[in-house]
Write a protein that binds this ligand. Structure first.
Ligand SMILES: C[S@@+](CC[C@H](N)C(=O)[O-])C[C@H]1O[C@@H](n2cnc3c(N)ncnc32)[C@H](O)[C@@H]1O
Length: 374
């Protein structure tokens, strides 16, 4: 059980947040406790004033020390951590959420108006920001922290379901699918329907790595440190673990192995690098041909389905992406002659789909005119 105390001037902002969905259930199940306190109640001023104009002049009102400090002192216990919501704080992330989910009592202080009297900082343990932008108050940031921390408290969500969440392992989450098995020509990957859980786990890990490399390469790069670089190879070290994590070889053809070999006490193979030129050529060709075969299958489906215009547009996009991939990724291994040949093949499929879309538009126009002519 983790207890959150929130100090705010706008307690009603929390009503919807605390009375819906997972947070509501976590409170009912006594996994978390959330108390919202209006720190105006701690003002000694006869008008319950909590803010005043800034010394030195300037716009806006500044929150005074006394009501907030008194509220903190009353709420604080032996193991409490007091956090000030502030755009100037350390940027919040999943690592911080994990760290805070191990605390037993957190007090969140929400600012408003122009901010706080600077001296309040002497009464808090930490300042946290939810991002490099300024909000009107600390209430939304406090809700964000409560939400992300609560889902890490054991029993709040189904055991294990946060383990693959984005950022948990410095990796983004893997792609997920639900019914139907096929939507507008796009199919759920076969492996997910195979029932082979070992294969599914491997596929998901592979997709997490792919996803992160594509969308957030900084998450992986931040961990890596090149420790030796020659013209031909570089050794990549893990900054935190201080251990060698991979070797990069210039001009190698890299891929993620299907069945990652694991020898827990020795090493795990996460990446295969092929350096022998003829082998590279064969592998890259096989890969391109496999991709084109899949595209041809997808094209066939949309060409045979009169109604699936959206599917047709989707396949056109995929064909275009493959043409770009050939130029940016494969040309260096396979040469321009081979790439041009594949481009012609892809162009022909694109022409077929475009012709189908055009023919359909012409028929619709013709029928429209005929209808008006009657
Ligand atoms: C309008 S802001 C004050 C900003 C202040 N003048 C500054 O530039 O640092 C009012 C309050 O909203 C909260 N707040 C605004 N943006 C925030 C962010 N990105 N993260 C956390 N709290 C934020 C803080 O509690 C802040 O005191």
């Amino acid at each position: 059980m983790i207890k959150f105390d929130v100090l705010t001037l706008f307690p009603n902002m929390f009503d919807g947040f605390l009375s819906e969905s997972i947070i509501k259930r976590a409170i009912e199940d006594k996994k978390i406790k959330v108390d919202i306190t209006n720190f105006r109640d701690y003002s000694d001023n006869k008008n319950n004033q909590v803010d005043d104009t800034p010394y030195g002049g300037g716009e806006g009102m500044v929150l005074m020390c006394d009501p907030i400090v008194k509220a903190i002192e009353e709420k604080k216990k032996k193991n409490t951590k007091v956090i000030l919501m502030s755009p100037q704080g350390t940027k919040f992330d999943q690592k911080k959420a994990i760290e805070l989910s191990k605390e037993s009592h957190l007090i969140f202080v929400c600012g408003h108006y122009e901010g706080f009297d600077e001296r309040i900082k002497n009464f808090v343990d930490e300042e946290i920001s939810i991002g490099d932008y300024v909000l009107t108050g600390g209430e939304l940031p406090a809700m964000i922290l409560i939400d992300s921390i609560s889902r890490l408290v054991p029993g709040v969500i189904r055991e294990g379901s946060s383990l693959n969440d984005s950022f948990m392992d410095d990796l983004l989450d893997y792609p997920t699918y639900t019914k139907p098995r096929e939507y507008r020509g796009m199919k759920v990957p076969d492996v997910l329907l195979s029932g082979d859980h070992k294969k599914i786990d491997e596929w998901r890990k592979e997709k997490q790595i792919e996803n992160t490399k594509e969308k957030r390469p900084d998450l992986i790069k931040d961990k890596e440190n090149v420790i030796k670089e020659t013209g031909k190879y570089s050794l990549i070290d893990d900054k935190e673990e201080k251990s060698l994590i991979s070797i990069n070889i210039a001009d190698s053809y890299n891929f993620l192995p299907n069945n990652r070999v694991k020898k827990s006490d020795l090493a795990s193979i996460n990446k295969v690098m092929v350096v022998e030129p003829t082998f590279i050529n064969n592998l890259a060709k096989a890969n391109v041909e496999k991709k084109i075969k899949i595209l041809m299958k997808q094209a066939n489906i949309v060409l045979n389905d009169e109604t699936d215009d959206e599917g047709a547009v989707y396949v056109l996009g995929e064909l275009q992406r493959m043409q770009e991939l050939l130029l940016t990724q494969y040309a260096k291994y396979l040469g321009m002659d081979y790439v041009s040949l594949m481009q012609i093949k892809l162009e022909a499929i694109k022409n077929g789909i475009n012709a189908k879309l055009m023919a359909k538009m012409n028929v619709q126009n013709f029928e429209g005119k005929r209808g008006r002519g009657r």
